[in-house]
Design a binder for this molecule. Structure first.
Ligand code: BG6
Length: 505
């Protein structure tokens, strides 16, 4: 694994202060599958302080098996053997604490428990709280942490940071209320609203690609770009998360957050520097410049039964704990317009959803075509295609550029060919899961890759009117796409209206 450094070069200046990472909701899947493996990867890279501990907090008393469960998660995360001495050292510092989240006495005991670790391990009172709990607990846990004086420093330089998982609100009003509740206890610079897409190397690389190279930025605008497509589709279904997904739907689950974050990186102006306030300010300008989205420019879909990777799968309405007449969308497509100097007139098409033909997240930038007059007399004209830049976020992470080349031979035939950069080929395979960088940054107090209050509210301001319009017009054609397909016909029609087609992925 590699975190912003050359292979083998450890950037020791990135090691945080001694601290305890306290994970609320530690009995959930996220802790085992992502958080502990990511913390362990940091340890492997020498990026954790010597004085360090992880405390899992949850309601169920699973203290007897917590360590073994976490170790199992780390081993499944890859790149480590069970008898690795670094793993042994790391596991010695993983602890568990049982309490109800609304039990004030429990917070007092937890406070004492953490103070005991400070005394024993020298963690100096610094805390990174991670709220990996259901969203209805975000405000209450924060409030109680404040009430029990667990979020205020007692000594100069001491810090208390809080990571809050998604979903952050369900619409503009609830996001504002949540922000108000949390801001009553915490300063904005103590809050780290996490979006795991910002932890992905390929997403971070969009900024490096655009601003760290001289040749792309001059053509990154309406003069050269015809349109942009952002696709974030999955072949998996809702994976047993019926009750959550019924209330969420694809727009709330991935578009308001992950897709909007990716869009902001693709479209933002160069920030003055790569720090939290400059980057967040530029992202905010993008979201604020997006025209209100007309409901006619949106498409929603829901999957019916079908086949995914050759296997028969059930439809959404047949999934466990899903209403058999559910109108929840499992697919969204929409057209956006960013009305600023750089992007006016360049449509941005986005689509996201579940149970589609494959898992792929990609930004596809389609450039304008040059005049093709000179090829008119040859039969090559119809084959000349626009230049297309494909930023593949996952899987097969990489970037490729398509351009036309003359097919060798006595006639002038043009064929699209591809120049390709692959992460795996250039940098080797990585075991990192994206949470490494975000956890490290939160310990260091660097909010660049986290959502700010104003950003969360700006994206909800864009999405909420769509949700309201949809609620007024229940869909009559659900389910309207087969599992394993590319989504509803209306998604293709959205682009056809503009005489375009989704780029083949
Ligand atoms: C989560 C959503 O935020 O992102 C899931 O709740 C979705 O429904 C997941 O599957 C996608 O993340 P990734 O990293 O697999 O693209």
């Amino acid at each position: 694994m590699q975190i912003g450094a050359e292979p083998g070069v450890k950037r020791q200046e990135r090691v945080p202060d001694p601290c305890i990472v306290v994970i609320f909701g530690a009995s959930g899947d996220l802790t085992k599958r992502k958080l502990l493996p990511a913390l362990y990867h940091l340890e492997q890279e020498g990026l954790l302080p010597e004085q360090f501990a992880v405390v899992g907090v949850a309601r169920r008393d699973i203290s007897a098996r917590f360590g073994a469960d976490m170790k199992d998660g780390i081993l499944k995360g890859g790149g480590v053997e069970a008898d690795d001495p670094v793993l042994k050292k790391f596991m010695d510092r993983v602890k568990y604490f049982t309490t109800n989240f609304d039990d004030d006495a429990g917070y007092e005991k937890l406070k004492g428990f953490l103070a005991g670790i400070d005394d024993k391990l020298g963690t100096k009172g610094n805390r990174l709280f991670y709220l990996a709990v259901a969203p209805e607990y975000f405000a209450d846990i924060t409030d109680r942490l404040g009430k029990h004086e667990m979020t205020t420093s007692k000594a100069p330089g001491q810090w208390m940071h809080v990571i809050i998982e998604k979903p952050f609100g369900t619409d503009l009003r609830s996001a504002r209320e949540l922000n108000d509740a949390i801001n009553r206890v915490l300063h904005e610079d103590q809050i780290f609203r996490i979006d795991h897409y910002l932890g992905k190397e390929t997403v971070q690389n969009i900024l490096v690609f655009r601003f760290g190279n001289g040749i792309f930025e001059p053509i990154w605008n309406r003069n050269f770009i015809d349109h942009v497509e952002i696709t974030a589709i999955e072949s998996i279904g809702i994976e047993g998360r019926g009750p959550f997904y019924e209330k969420a739907g694809a727009l709330r689950d991935v578009v308001q957050n992950h897709v909007m974050e990716v869009l902001s990186f693709v479209a933002m102006e160069p920030p003055d520097s790569f720090d939290a306030s400059s980057v967040r300010a530029e992202k905010l300008k993008v979201w604020k410049a997006i025209d209100p989205i007309e409901v006619e420019d949106t498409v929603r879909g829901q999957y019916g039964p079908g086949r995914v990777n050759g296997e028969k799968v059930i439809g959404y309405r047949e999934e466990d704990r899903v209403d058999p007449e559910s109108n929840t969308e499992t697919f969204v497509a929409m057209k956006l317009q960013i009305e600023n100097w750089r992007w006016a007139g360049v449509p941005i098409y986005v689509r996201a959803g579940k149970r589609l033909a494959k898992r792929v997240t990609e930004v596809t930038v389609v450039f304008k075509q040059p005049p093709l007059h000179m090829f008119k007399s040859s039969d090559a004209r119809t084959q000349v295609q626009p230049n297309v830049l494909k930023i593949r976020i996952q899987p097969d992470e990489g970037i490729s550029l398509m351009f036309g080349a003359k097919v060798p031979g006595p006639t002038t035939n043009v064929m699209p060919v591809e120049m390709h950069f692959s992460y795996a080929e250039s940098f080797g395979m990585s075991n990192a899961n994206g949470y490494e960088r975000l956890l490290l940054d939160a310990m260091l107090g660097d909010g660049t890759l986290f959502a700010h209050r104003s950003g969360v509210e700006a994206t909800w301001a864009l999405m909420t009117p769509i949700l309201e319009e949809w609620a007024k017009r229940p869909p009559h054609d659900f389910p309207n796409y087969e599992a394993g397909s590319w989504g509803p016909a209306a998604s293709d029609a959205l682009l056809l209206k503009d005489r375009r087609k989704w780029f083949k992925l």
